[in-house]
Write a protein that binds this ligand. Structure first.
Ligand code: SAH
Length: 226
């Protein structure tokens, strides 16, 4: 069982991606628990202030330390966390290897930034790992956090109906997945490769391995380098 605590100023953004499909089933099967925390509940004063102007006069607001500090301190007093992650465009680039690592942990906090991001002292003193989902800038860390959760949760044994299917996904062994087909075997004259209809598991496996390798060589040769 993995427990995620996700900290956000726009928790609504996390609702749909984390309440459907495989993630929903994993929650129902008690493989994962996801707690979404509204940072604003820890905001300052009657207005529950959570952001303030940027020192130095740059345009844009910065998420304040205190609300995030209070919330993280409260969570840390309740259990031990393996990782306190900040989603950030300048973090380590998420890949299948990182997803595999995270899937072996128990308790994970994910902090989502908004506006210009969080006061840098949060990153210096409270965060243990920073992850980016790609070299582009989004408006908030909620979609990136959902991406991390989804990538990790589908790796938990039992989360996918066919246990082996996460292992045959792209990147799992530095190879892209082979093409997949379903019925009908012929549509518009477009045919499924004969071997897949042969009923011969050995031939099928050989074909899939060859396709994986060919596709990786052609589409993502850098994966084969190491
Ligand atoms: N000023 C920051 C960007 C802020 S974007 C900079 O230039 O680096 C607002 C928030 O969205 C960030 O704090 C982060 O939590 C999230 N975010 C944006 N793009 C992201 C990405 N590619 N990966 C992960 N998080 C991202």
């Amino acid at each position: 069982m993995i427990r995620f605590d996700i900290l956000s100023v726009v928790p609504e953004l996390l609702e749909s991606p984390l309440n459907h499909s495989i993630v929903k089933r994993a929650k129902e099967s008690k493989l994962v628990e996801i707690y979404i925390h509204d940072i604003r509940e820890y905001g300052k004063g009657n207005y529950r202030q959570i952001d303030d102007y940027c020192f130095g006069g740059d345009a844009g607001m910065v998420m304040m330390i205190e609300p995030v500090y209070k919330l993280i301190t409260k969570l840390k007093s309740e259990r031990k966390y393996d990782e306190i992650i900040y989603m950030s465009p300048d973090g380590e680039l998420l890949d299948q290897k990182i997803a595999n690592q995270l899937s072996c942990l128990k308790n994970i906090i994910i902090l989502c930034g908004h506006y210009k991001g969080v006061d840098h002292r949060i990153r210096e003193h409270l965060i243990t790992r920073e992850i980016s989902i790609g070299n582009y800038v989004l408006s908030g860390g909620e979609i990136p956090a959902s991406v991390v959760c989804d990538a990790v949760i589908r790796l938990i044994p039992g989360a996918l109906s066919d246990e082996t299917s996460a292992l045959s996904d792209s990147f799992q062994d530095d190879l892209l997945a082979p093409p997949a087909y379903t019925r009908p075997a012929e549509f518009n004259g477009w045919k499924v490769p004969d071997v897949l209809l042969s009923g011969n598991p050995k031939l099928i496996k050989e074909w899939q391995e060859k396709e994986s390798l060919d596709r990786t060589r052609k589409l993502r040769p850098e994966l084969l380098k190491d």
